[in-house]
Write a protein that binds this ligand. Structure first.
Ligand SMILES: *Cc1c(COP(=O)(O)O)cnc(C)c1O
Length: 391
């Protein structure tokens, strides 16, 4: 790491292996460092910056909300917040929304909502089944359902009653079901875990299993939701509907906001006044970001755009699989794609940075591509050029 970076960042806890890059500003799908160096962004702030950088309509809305009111707490109603909840309801297919400040908190809330449901129904159910290679966050609850031994181990004992099934293996899920199973939690497309797409049979099988056994189905849509797979929420491209979903990342286009949402059937027997809360969660500024993001998504026809550009990206990545010996396979959907490679991913992501391309990794030696959703074909071509060179 260079001396300048070290000196200007020595006050931070060393929890990240950061790239040796000091970012200063963004424009469209490009980011710029302090010296004006230009980077094509296929990391999207980890699948957050769906609208890219410097979206004037979003920025103007946020600025005027700042002048009006940033925060009022959840002790009072606020129309911006109410509107954002209505909009999220409409696009997510859920009936009730609780705003959080992050994805992790959305997961915490989703788990609590499921526990409260069991409590109120007096079923005595408390166990969770989660998936291997899943990622749900770093707090004690979210970590408890995260399928990575390395992440969990240093912090054990965690929340009891969690077991892990093999993703896309329904039998392995069934084998873990007991009369105590409260909920099954999964990402319809695992992001951190290696860009693993749930099969139709798996999603349908989980839904049926939940219905048959009186278990709630929780979908973590934090990374794969909000248009990224070419559906507004990833679950919507399957013929199944979860009982609870967790959202965050792209829903606020970079403002820190998440949410968990549930169906009316769950809400009726779940969280009540006093059960859950947050001081900042869903403040007017965060909620303005959500409402405006949805409005701009619909105006720009973002879903069909993602389908079109996503198909093109997949095609170009398949070409890399054919042409490069070190590229083993392509995985993903829409604008959340990955390539499994045989070279060390760290070397490739660092070499890409030197070429002016930002890409990140995922488990299983995968290069993860989660660009702003507003990218065009020319940006895919530019990325492929740079990545080919690096590989
Ligand atoms: C990022 C992520 C989280 C955690 O969200 P934070 O906002 O970082 O707390 C949880 N689940 C998935 C699938 C994620 O990608």
């Amino acid at each position: 790491m260079n001396k300048y970076i070290e000196e200007t960042n020595s006050g931070l806890v060393h929890t990240y292996n950061r790239f040796p890059l000091v970012l200063d500003r963004g424009e469209g799908v490009y980011l710029y460092d302090e010296k004006g160096g230009k980077y094509l962004d296929f990391a999207g702030g980890i699948a957050v910056s769906g609208l890219g950088y410097g979206c004037q309509e979003l920025n103007d809305a946020l600025k005027s909300q700042i002048d009006k009111m940033i925060h009022s707490s959840n002790l009072y109603y606020n129309t911006t917040c109410g509107h954002a909840a209505e909009e999220l309801k409409r696009i997510s297919g859920m009936d009730r929304v609780f705003f959080t400040n992050s994805g992790t908190e959305a997961i915490e809330g989703a788990l609590k909502a499921a526990r409260k449901y069991a409590y109120k129904k007096q079923t005595g159910r408390y166990e969770f089944i989660a998936m291997e290679n899943s990622f749900h966050g770093r707090s004690m609850g979210a970590l408890s359902v995260t399928g990575s031994d390395a992440y969990r181990e240093p912090f054990e004992p965690l929340v009891p009653g969690v077991s892990f099934a093999e993703f896309n293996n329904l039998d392995s899920v069934k084998a873990l079901v007991t009369s105590q199973t409260c909920a099954i939690i999964l990402e319809p497309l695992q992001g951190e875990g290696g860009i693993n797409v749930a099969t139709e049979e798996f999603m349908a099988g989980i839904r049926k299993l939940c219905d048959d056994e009186g278990i709630l189905m929780i979908c973590d849509e934090i990374q794969c939701g909000m248009g990224r797979t070419g559906a507004m929420f990833a679950y919507q491209s399957y013929g199944t509907k979860p009982d609870i979903i967790a959202m965050a990342k792209a829903i606020g286009s970079g403002m820190p906001v998440g949410a968990f949402a549930m169906t009316e059937e769950v809400a009726e027997f779940s969280l009540e006044p006093g059960d859950h809360g947050t001081t900042y969660g869903g403040n007017p500024l965060a909620c303005m970001a959500v409402s405006k993001t949805i409005e701009i998504f619909e105006k720009k026809n973002m879903i069909s755009h993602v389908q079109e550009i996503g198909a093109y990206l997949a095609e170009q990545l398949e070409r890399l699989v054919q042409e490069k010996d070190c590229v083993i396979a392509r995985k993903g959907k829409g604008l959340i794609q990955g390539i499994e490679i045989s070279k060390p991913v760290g070397e490739v992501t660092n070499a890409a940075l030197k070429e002016g391309l930002l890409v990140i990794s995922a488990r299983g030696n995968v290069i993860r591509l989660v660009p702003p959703l507003v990218i065009e074909k020319q940006h895919v071509d530019e990325m492929i050029d740079k990545l080919s060179k690096v590989l």
